[in-house]
Design a binder for this molecule. Sequence first.
Ligand SMILES: NC(=O)c1ccc[n+]([C@@H]2O[C@H](COP(=O)([O-])OP(=O)(O)OC[C@H]3O[C@@H](n4cnc5c(N)ncnc54)[C@H](O)[C@@H]3O)[C@@H](O)[C@H]2O)c1
Length: 370
Amino acid sequence: MIVGVPKEIKTAENRVALVPAGVEALVADGHTVLVEQGAGVGSGFADDTYRAAGATLAPAAAELWPRADMILKVKEPIEVEWPRMRRGQVIFTYFHFAASEPLTRAVVESGAIAIAYETVQLATGELPLLTPMSEVAGRMAVQEGAKYLEKVAGGSGILLGGVPGVLPAEVAVIGGGVVGTHAAKMAAGLGAHVTLLDVSLDRLRYLSDVLPANVDVVYSNRHNILDALRRADLVIGAVLLPGAKAPKLVTRADLKLMKPGSVVVDVAVDQGGCIETIKPTTHENPTYVVDGIVHYAVANMPGGVPRTSTLALTNATFPYAKRLARHGWKAACRADPALFLGLNVIEGQVVYPGVAEAFSLPLADPKQLV
Ligand SMILES: NC(=O)c1ccc[n+]([C@@H]2O[C@H](COP(=O)([O-])OP(=O)(O)OC[C@H]3O[C@@H](n4cnc5c(N)ncnc54)[C@H](O)[C@@H]3O)[C@@H](O)[C@H]2O)c1
């Protein structure tokens, strides 16, 4: 088939959906891969590298979309891309349909087959195409926290790891899922003392087994959160209640318990945040101060490190993309229940319950259409 990889045009998006290694594998499988000129530049992959891997470079998106049987993207198609989608074309990308009725209607009207990264789900409940971005955000939370603890950045002037003779910083991580675990590992690796809080005892047992000795795992309740806040130089918010807004676990009044110049990094900001005073920020202007506490709340943290994020994302998406190309979307989805759950819209019909519910649209049974 012809696989198309357009350049991402959403503001500040530098990731790309296929790296040259992926091109090479698809070409070896007998496919034609069209890559828009400049698509990989933001992630450090030059056009020549794609060409050398066997891709055909398309000078413009308008030439690539009509030819491609399958489009591989990172972000949802934005408005200028809507007229380019067409009946029977497979689009494999993050859609987050429930966040946009106009996007949902445009995809329904286009007749394309929308397979959403964010709803591909394993039998364990894991969302394998969201996990890599949580890994990036969790690790990056510590890097950003360390940066904003520096005096010139408005912080209290504390080095996370301390030095011999000087105590390390205290880091509190609220939520011990993917983001929280990666944040705790990074902070511990830098020598900080970490308190990691979660409500799942099974999760706490597992984390206490695998994390180093400078991480204490603690049950997350109001008393223990306040205790951690009093000591913390850096607080990382990493909770998730699936399908719901994040619970507000730190109130504005609680900030008074913290030392001036301490930093909060609320990674859960994309679900509303778990700190009452949090509001989304951007990479261009990532922080603001409330009651002497520096707040960092970038809603798309992985966008700040597109090279790493592209590689992490494509490591996870490529095996699915390869099967979609090799077997066609119907056979690939029939053969893999995880990929089947990625189906959101099929040729004009919404097939994912959450999307139909969000906009009161009729729900079709994907089993009848695949
Ligand atoms: N800002 C960004 O760029 C970015 C990037 C990736 C992920 N995220 C967000 O980060 C958040 C965490 O994602 P994840 O992949 O780690 O989710 P996850 O499901 O792996 O982990 C969430 C954890 O929160 C715990 N939890 C629930 N209620 C709690 C409470 N009251 N106290 C303490 N812990 C509690 C759960 O037990 C679970 O272990 C999500 O909102 C996700 O959307 C943001």
